[in-house]
Design a protein around this ligand. Structure first.
Ligand SMILES: C[S@@+](CC[C@H](N)C(=O)[O-])C[C@H]1O[C@@H](n2cnc3c(N)ncnc32)[C@H](O)[C@@H]1O
Length: 282
């Protein structure tokens, strides 16, 4: 694999740290070196993502397999670790057997960029900023509600929903003896023109979306109100205006009003559907 120029100094720094006797014996890949997430960080990554039985966790660049194995052992999840260094894949398989979770997890020697993420309900990463950014379009295609957790590095202008900072006294890289754990929940795609039905039949909702933020207009005939909202998985919560606020849930092709306050509380149970054309018509 070719080294990306921007990563070269980071890789050289970490490679020399490893040569000085860091925790990793395997060769680092050219792009992202092998450095383990410490136990407290691993546990927080799984906690913040609320990993539980029924989840399928994919760790991109799985190192010695600790995240996927812990997800299976402590939380009953299934998992897949993809790792480019063969020794680490072998080590992970052995560790899964020793932990009694070999039937719940798989480790594949594979380039993380060539990994099918469609079955993931949780994706975990301890990579590098540029690599995270390259993965971002693929992560945005995950099913709404899927969680993404990254150790230390963010996803550029896709702001995390939550960030936790942990003390890591024996941290191998950087000057700060701290690690960040960032969480994102993949938002439903709500952009476009939605037309009310039921009690809201005279309303239209025009939304623009950037990641988990939505803004637009709620209109009834010539009365237009600006709205802003935040999407968490399938749920869009609008901020309060003079007419109240809506909580909408995407279900199939509808945005259903599952809660509301103020005058809009009356709209509970009704729904918006995507406009067939450029307007909601009659
Ligand atoms: C910083 S380590 C993180 C290991 C583990 N996820 C953890 O948090 O403990 C990054 C891992 O990604 C692997 N890696 C680097 N580039 C990769 C690629 N293109 N495809 C798959 N794995 C890769 C490295 O070999 C290394 O083991």
């Amino acid at each position: 694999m070719r080294m990306r120029p921007a990563l070269a100094p980071v890789v050289a720094l970490v490679a020399s740290l490893l040569a000085l006797g860091g925790p990793a014996a395997a060769q680092p890949s050219e792009e992202v070196p092998f450095i383990t997430s410490p136990d407290n960080v691993t546990l927080e990554m799984l906690r913040i993502a609320d990993v539980k039985a029924g989840d399928h966790v994919i760790d991109l660049g799985s190192g010695d397999g600790r995240i996927v194995i812990t997800a299976a052992r402590r939380h009953g999840a299934t998992g897949l670790g993809v790792e480019i260094v063969p020794d680490l894949v072998a080590r992970s398989r052995k560790a899964a057997q020793d932990a009694g979770v070999a039937d719940k997890v798989r480790f594949e020697e594979r380039d993380l960029f060539a990994t099918d993420l469609s079955k993931a309900t949780v994706v975990t990463m301890y990579l590098l900023p540029e690599v995270n950014l390259q993965l971002r379009p693929k992560l945005l295609q995950l099913a709404p509600g899927a969680r993404i957790v990254s150790h230390d590095w963010d996803l550029g202008d896709w702001a995390p929903d939550r960030t936790v900072v942990l003390d890591v006294p024996d941290k191998q890289v950087g000057r700060e003896k701290k690690s960040k754990v960032h969480l994102w929940t993949v938002p439903a795609r709500v952009e476009g023109l939605w037309c009310g039905s039921g009690l809201l039949r005279e309303f239209s909702l025009r939304l623009t979306q950037q990641y988990q933020k939505a803004h637009g207009e709620l209109a009834r005939r010539d009365r237009v109100r600006a709205i802003e909202g935040t999407i968490e998985g399938h749920v869009l919560r609008t901020q309060s205006t003079r007419v109240g606020a809506l909580v909408l849930e995407q279900a199939g092709d509808a945005l259903k009003v599952v809660d509301g306050e103020g005058q809009l509380a009356l709209a509970r149970g009704t729904a918006f559907r995507k406009a067939a054309g450029a307007s909601c018509g009659g």
